[in-house]
Design a protein around this ligand. Sequence first.
Ligand SMILES: C[S@@+](CC[C@H](N)C(=O)[O-])C[C@H]1O[C@@H](n2cnc3c(N)ncnc32)[C@H](O)[C@@H]1O
Length: 217
Amino acid sequence: MNQKETYWHDEAPKYHWAHSRLKLIAETIRGDASVTSVLDVGAGSGTLAHLLGRGVRYLGLDITGRKEPVDAWPPIRFCDFDDAESFSSLLDQPFDAVVISGVLEYLQDWRGILRLAATKAVKPNGLFLVSAIYDPFYATFPMKRHPAWINRFVPADIRAALAENNLRLDATYPMWAGGYPWTASLSRALAGRGNSVHPRWMHWLGVNQFLFVCHRN
Ligand SMILES: C[S@@+](CC[C@H](N)C(=O)[O-])C[C@H]1O[C@@H](n2cnc3c(N)ncnc32)[C@H](O)[C@@H]1O
């Protein structure tokens, strides 16, 4: 294992639980009966697969995934997204839904990975879900940014990348850290529809990230 792989083997387990973002993603996927296959980009140990159940064909990719094919469920295969070629080589058949949750912050070429996922990994009309931190929250409050974050986002960055890659934005959910049950209702209540934009002061409400729900055109 190289240094980055060792780092994530130690770090990734902190995120292996059903927090609010993953629950909202699972709820959105389950709400679309046409989704029978899901690619989870930066899957960790596959918590999302457990939330979705075995009724969907699930594949997780992660730097902590297995380098050899495995029978274990959920299947999590090794991929380092800083090597776009290897990511591309794993995308041999498109999925009904693609999820990129809590990952873009760490990637050297986040736009390149989003582009590959949007063009090769998801079917036409497929569901595409991507999250990004809201940097103004971290610039305002004494909350530490993750030490491995190399990208800082505002929603306009993600909206531009979605539009460039022919992804139609259906809804944007403001999100709060952790798994407090009240945040899910608030995220739903304050969701922006279509291309509507949230006020810039959303971080004053404690919003530290957004979830973007799209479809490929
Ligand atoms: C914050 S966790 C998010 C996990 C899950 N998607 C979620 O929403 O809870 C970030 C994940 O990205 C993975 N990761 C970070 N850098 C990566 C890279 N260069 N290639 C592949 N996976 C990476 C980590 O191993 C970790 O599982």
